[in-house]
Design a protein around this ligand. Structure first.
Ligand code: DX5
Ligand code: ZN
Length: 212
């Protein structure tokens, strides 16, 4: 399992947090972008994001919690992220958004909120590189892991096997050294506050890796 660290809710300011993540064995920097429409808070302008991440080293795993994600892809592509993930619930033009991300050679991720039926993903699963299962309602760090996420992961793995799909499965929300042990079959775990509210990020990442 790989670890993607979200800097959304940290003890430190975003620039310092990103430097600290760069110094660990984390596999990705998870970039949460919120528009104040799809979720209640807005936390970026495109120029701020480009400035903050312009000299990043680790691969970026961008999580768009925005309506009309297609309008952000061109600017974000200049950061050369590994994945750009958008929400199934955020646009009517899912196929167009997949194609727009693909156009730049970036991995395509599709995310699903906790109460959306997994089968709504079905028409798109052969076209995506990653599915992000939200294990909290999107919008804020520091929430409790929803236990129903465990069954959703198992169900999605079954769908992947039965249909010979090849996407990676990521989970995001409430992942810490206890909850990670409920989801050992994940490909990528996002962890935010568990890592970034501490003074020793590497120690927290080691705790996660020891419990996988
Ligand atoms: C929540 C964000 C998450 C958040 C995770 O909407 O998408 O990436 O930062 O933070 P924790 O790990 O604290 O739940
Ligand atoms: Zn996220």
């Amino acid at each position: 399992m790989e670890i993607s660290v979200s800097y959304l809710s940290s003890k430190y300011d975003p620039k310092r947090t990103i430097q600290m993540i760069e110094g660990t064995s984390a596999n990705y920097i998870h970039v949460d972008l919120m528009d104040g429409g799809f979720v209640p808070h807005k936390n970026f302008s495109i120029s701020e994001v480009l400035d903050l991440l312009g000299d990043h080293q680790k691969p970026l795993d961008i999580h768009l919690m925005v309506f009309d994600p297609i309008i952000y892809i061109h600017d974000l592509a200049s950061l050369h992220p590994r994945y750009i993930t958008f929400h199934l619930e955020a646009t009517k033009d899912i196929v167009g958004t997949i194609e727009e991300i693909r156009k730049y050679g970036i991995g395509v991720g599709l995310s699903i909120k906790p109460n959306t039926d997994l089968y709504e993903l079905m028409p798109y699963l052969s076209f995506v590189d990653l599915v992000l299962i939200m294990s909290v309602e999107p919008g804020a760090g520091g929430q409790a892991f929803l236990p129903t996420s465990v069954n959703r992961l198992e169900e999605l793995i079954k769908i992947r096997e039965e249909n010979h799909f090849s996407f990676q499965i990521e989970m995001d929300g409430g992942i810490n050294k206890d909850t990670i042990s409920f989801v050992p079959t994940l490909d990528i775990a996002v962890s935010g506050s568990f890592v970034c509210q501490s003074e020793d990020f590497q120690k927290r990442i080691d705790e996660l890796k020891n419990r996988m």
